[in-house]
Design a binder for this molecule. Sequence first.
Ligand code: BG6
Length: 482
Amino acid sequence: MNNYKKRFPENFLWGGAVAANQCEGAFDVDGKGYSVIDILSFGDNSKKLKTMSSQDVENALQDKEGYFPRRDGIDFYHHYKEDIAMFADLGFKVFRFSIAWTRIFPNGDELQPNEKGLQFYEDVIDECLKYGIVPLITISHFEMPLNLVTEYGGWLNRKLITFYTRYCKVLFERFGHKVKYWLTFNELNLITLSGYMLGGILSDKVDNMIEAQYQAAHHQFVASSLATKIARETNDNILIGAMLGRDEYYPLTCKPEDVMQSIQDSRFELFFSDVQVRGYYPSYSKRYFEEHNIHIKKELGDDEIIRSYTVDFLSFSYYSTSVSAYDREGMETTDGNGVITVKNPHLKASKWGWQIDPIGLRIALNNLYDRYQIPLFVVENGIGMLEEIPDDKYIQDDGRIQYFREHIKQMGEAVKDGVELMGYTPWGCIDLVSSGTSEMEKRYGFIYVDKDNYGNGTLQRYPKKSYYWYKKVIASNGEKLD
Ligand code: BG6
């Protein structure tokens, strides 16, 4: 039996996280192709994330007037050395970033990769390694090639498995000896909320959208398992993680109907990690599929692939918790990460309505570990805040410090509870474009980036008060939280 752990392990991976589509910019530089997200314009974002038609794609490609924030990001593409130097100064042990599929295979279906794209990521990886920062790479974070949507129908098409695994093979062969930690897809479970962004499914191409989303997810499960197989064959040092967007679902009351509802809501997310960690479709999914007229087309051998190549660890994002009620009629609701939930009267919320619940993180960690018994990694957590830069350029973001202090305390409690926790990478460690709203002014960073919602600004980077606070947290391995 392991000793009872009283603090974070010595090799705990403290760091931060970003994604290519929200920070790199340079959307048409060095051969990069259009990704699904490059065509979402400011103001239009939330609606289009949920549903996008062929006509919407056509309109966006013709639009010469609109502002498309992801195309510019914070120009990490040209600032990565400066940014990684700041992460090194912060003491990062790990940096989570994603590779834009469209830099490596601009249209997704080429046979040969784009060398300029590979070289860019080689440079980013080497820059991290120079400072002793371990890269944690997401292979696909909301940015599949647009061509795979318009020409192939997105992940509904089985051919995508071939394209994706070809892309993975190139990455593992090129970087596998330098990069140990990989995540195959970001928040696979969000495909049920955004068939377009995660699955490349256009609304006018399908009759039963829910069925299409689960069919696309099935192809992603097979692709993820095959990627795991390729990784193991390429370099046995590589570890592959699944990535789940996690809310905990509290029953509104102790009424059995509410409790059952919280189990159902929870399964709606956990279905995805159940498949990727345990290696098979959970029995509860069969009833759900039948009741929603969902028929998944599997090929012979798919189940065996999913069973044979399960993930090594489970990573997840955690921002808030939700409340489940059997009958939501007349209830006050609020926003969360992709969800609309009944409001919890015991919690405060961010300006965007996301409920702040540090103890929920301890609950999530315990529940996931109880369920799977494999190492966990918190790869996103944080709070979006509106911030104005004062004359002295020093943002005193005490609210963010308070948020992280409480969440890190609860993570520490989970470690004492016996949860095997690999690391912690707060989201948007440097301000970047919001995924849900495309705003620049929904800021998460320890580092302020001078840019507004409309693309104006110098792109100058400034450390906030939380930067110096987090630096002390990392230096003390999570002990000094004051
Ligand atoms: C996660 C995503 O769901 O939430 C990130 O992986 C995203 O890409 C983050 O940025 C926060 O959401 P938002 O909408 O505030 O940017």
